[in-house]
Design a protein around this ligand. Structure first.
Ligand SMILES: Cc1ncc(C[n+]2csc(CCOP(=O)(O)OP(=O)(O)O)c2C)c(N)n1
Ligand SMILES: CC(=O)[C@@H](O)[C@H](O)COP(=O)(O)O
Ligand SMILES: [Mg+2]
Length: 640
């Protein structure tokens, strides 16, 4: 480690406080270098973290974690906080990788991480809860919520904002405004924040505000700081900010890269006897020309060349990403039918809907990070002649389960949900794996839930979902397809009909989606080393399942095996169990899926499946043991 390195001597926030002012800029430079190095090697949220280096340094110089509590919204911008709280080590080199730190704050990782996250919009409510608890207990810790500008497009952030002055007297809210979500931020609040940025602080310094500043230690200096601009306009007192209408003091805009100034405002905020918002202006990707030039690309990126910004290109002719297949399919349908529209909740590129935005903007809506609103918005559209397609990651659609039940299904509305990232999001981990959607949807009347075996069948399911005059859900994984050719004209599938892809009698493996390749591997191996005949079925539908085929097969089979990239509890395998039980068919069912626990982050699907016994070998062994247990065969030799 470079002996001159300041960062290498930081073991805890106390060391940050002890630094001389002259060491702070060099520290910021070192931190940026470290973040760029690690994310260039492994990928990660480089842009958001480069934008909060000075802010995080200033926070740790003015407040005292773990006594004081920082709540970062999403917390994808928590790498700097980790580096300053004793985690500048080998596990940081592996952040979001197997054996590395989580890419988000995690209570189990450090006492300085008072709250975990990964989904947006939770920070203000959680921080308010902590402040109210403090007031109840009569303690005096400070609570600071660090919310990005796009976090304010989340309804729950506004629910918390509405509740602050009813629930506490002291709360520091930092609006980290870089004008970007993953893509450009959207909506009226985003435009409003931009107006505030162009209206310097002195415009809002009315008598009451100046009196407030004078009452608080450090406030006088802010008056001087705030009035450093010449007061040249006659309308000296502009209208107050939206925050003051919610009962909070608003101070801003503040240069989010000036540590000295930040420290002054944070010191003031620490002493303020009222909840207040510091509006901090930052540059997403600051310190990296390539990240500044491409904020959307470098919000969260795969490994890249820090000089050129280029990522390792996919092998020529590699299969298309599922998100892009969906994007292109929806564009094709929108071109033919103007009543079809696409809705994303702040994830245009991740869902492939950037294709719809760029080609048919009049049939495209980005509602911001507002999944429950997206579902309700779609419901309204569907009652008025449109057929909306909502592209929302499986994990983020968890936010929409109530309007899915109460508005979409109860009213039986024609809305198609494209649930990307169903299955693992290996680097993001437990907050992002889409492993619960069948369970949270299957129990709701009128849902149709399907998963394609490949990108070609995905286009069939998009067409089928759009023809279906009711709620339809397609789940598919993060990443690329299998490379099969995609037919020009998609086929309409018969709802609830499965496809037999290998004939068999003794063992029938029912697989959902991408687990079919595992099913075929296992079927071949069992057939090779035993006299059992093994069939494989592409289930296609988790609801309604193909009950007629299942029951016909089960009557003569020794064992039914189900495979799904979903938790076992309440998943596809449970649907099979229920169907056979209801029919009084006693054939045993071996359900293969994720266990009833949260799955941490890792390097790849393969790594995590290996770790949780969902790799082909482990699945074979489990089926083998079950076959032996039911006396179907002597213990099959497990191959090496
Ligand atoms: C409920 C939910 N929806 C979508 C996302 C995906 N997401 C992660 S960060 C982000 C944008 C956050 O923007 P902002 O709050 O402004 O923070 P910045 O990245 O600009 O620092 C989005 C949409 C999420 N994490 N949670
Ligand atoms: C932090 C967050 O929620 C997003 O940035 C997420 O990491 C994107 O995931 P994908 O990379 O799978 O689109
Ligand atoms: Mg932002």
């Amino acid at each position: 480690m470079n002996p001159e390195s300041i960062l290498s001597k930081i073991r805890n926030p106390g060391d940050v406080k002890a630094l001389d002012k002259s060491q702070l800029e060099p520290l910021a430079t070192e931190i940026r270098k470290r973040i760029i190095e690690v994310t260039a090697a492994n990928g990660g949220h480089v842009g958001p973290n480069l934008g909060v280096v000075e802010l995080t340094i200033a926070l740790h110089r003015i407040f005292d974690t773990p006594k004081d509590r920082f709540v970062f919204d999403v917390s994808h911008q928590g790498y700097v906080h980790k580096l300053l709280t004793g985690r500048n080590d080998e596990k940081f080199n592996l952040i979001r990788q197997k054996d590395g730190y989580s890419g988000f704050l995690n209570r189990e990782e450090s006492e300085h991480d008072c709250y975990g996250a990964g989904h947006a919009g939770t920070a203000l409510s959680a921080a308010l809860g902590m402040a109210a608890a403090r007031d109840q207990r009569g303690t005096d810790e400070n609570v600071v919520a660090v919310c990005g500008d796009a976090a304010f497009t989340c309804g729950i952030t506004l629910e918390a904002l509405n509740n602050i002055t009813d629930s506490t007297k002291r709360l520091v809210v930092i609006l980290n405004d870089n004008e970007w979500s993953i893509d450009k931020n959207v909506g009226a609040l985003s435009r409003y924040f931009n107006e505030l940025i162009t209206t310097p602080i002195y415009n809002r310094m009315n008598e009451d505000f100046e009196a407030f500043l004078k009452r608080v230690p450090g406030g006088e200096s802010l008056i001087r700081l705030g009035s450093k601009w010449k007061r040249e306009t006659k309308d000296f007192f502009a209208s107050s900010s939206i925050f003051e209408n919610f009962g909070l003091r608003y101070i801003g805009p503040i240069d989010g890269h000036n540590i000295g100034e930040l420290e002054q405002y944070l010191k003031f905020a620490r002493n303020a006897p009222e909840p207040l918002v510091l509006h901090v202006i930052t540059k997403k990707g600051k310190g990296s020309d390539v990240a500044i030039a491409q904020p959307e690309r470098f919000h969260g990126t795969s490994p890249f060349d820090p000089e050129t910004g280029s990522s390792k290109p996919g092998a020529p002719g590699s299969p298309p990403k599922y998100q892009d297949v969906v994007g292109e399919a929806v564009v094709a349908h929108c071109k033919k039918d103007k009543t079809i529209v696409g809705i994303t909740a702040a994830m245009p590129s991740g869902t492939g809907f950037d294709k719809l935005r760029d080609s048919l903007p009049q049939q495209y809506y980005d509602v911001g990070i507002a999944e429950e609103h997206a579902v309700l918005f779609a419901a309204g559209m569907a009652t008025n002649g449109l057929h909306p397609v909502c592209a929302i990651y499986s994990t983020f659609l968890q936010r929409g389960i109530d309007p899915i039940i109460h508005d979409i299904c109860l009213q039986n509305l024609p809305v198609l949900f494209c649930m990307d990232r169903a299955g693992l999001s290996p680097n993001d981990g437990a907050t992002h794996h889409g492993l619960f959607d069948i369970a949270y949807l299957r129990g709701v009347p009128r849902t149709v839930i399907m998963q394609p075996q490949n990108e070609d069948e995905l286009t069939d399911m998009v067409a089928t979902g759009l023809q279906h005059q009711g709620p339809a859900f397609i789940r598919y994984p993060r990443g690329s397809g299998t490379g099969v050719p995609i037919k020009k004209e998609p086929k309409i599938l018969e709802i609830g009909k499965a496809e037999v892809i290998r004939q068999g009698q003794d063992v029938q493996i029912w697989a959902l989606g991408t687990m079919i390749s595992e099913a075929e591997t296992i079927a071949s191996r069992i057939a090779e080393i035993s006299d059992l005949s093994v069939g494989v079925v592409n289930a296609r539908f988790a609801k309604p399942i193909d009950s007629a085929l299942l029951q016909e097969q089960a009557k003569s089979a020794k064992l039914i095996v189900t495979l799904e990239d979903h938790v076992r509890t309440g998943g596809f395998g449970t649907a099979v169990l229920e169907d056979l039980s209801d029919a009084g068919i006693p054939t045993p069912v071996e359900r293969i899926g994720w266990p009833d626990q949260f799955i941490e982050h890792g390097n790849s699907n393969k790594d995590l499946r290996q770790a949780f016994g969902l790799d082909p070998q482990s699945i074979f062994d489990r089926v083998n043991q079950r076959l032996e247990a039911i006396g179907a065969t002597q213990n099959l030799p497990t191959s090496s």
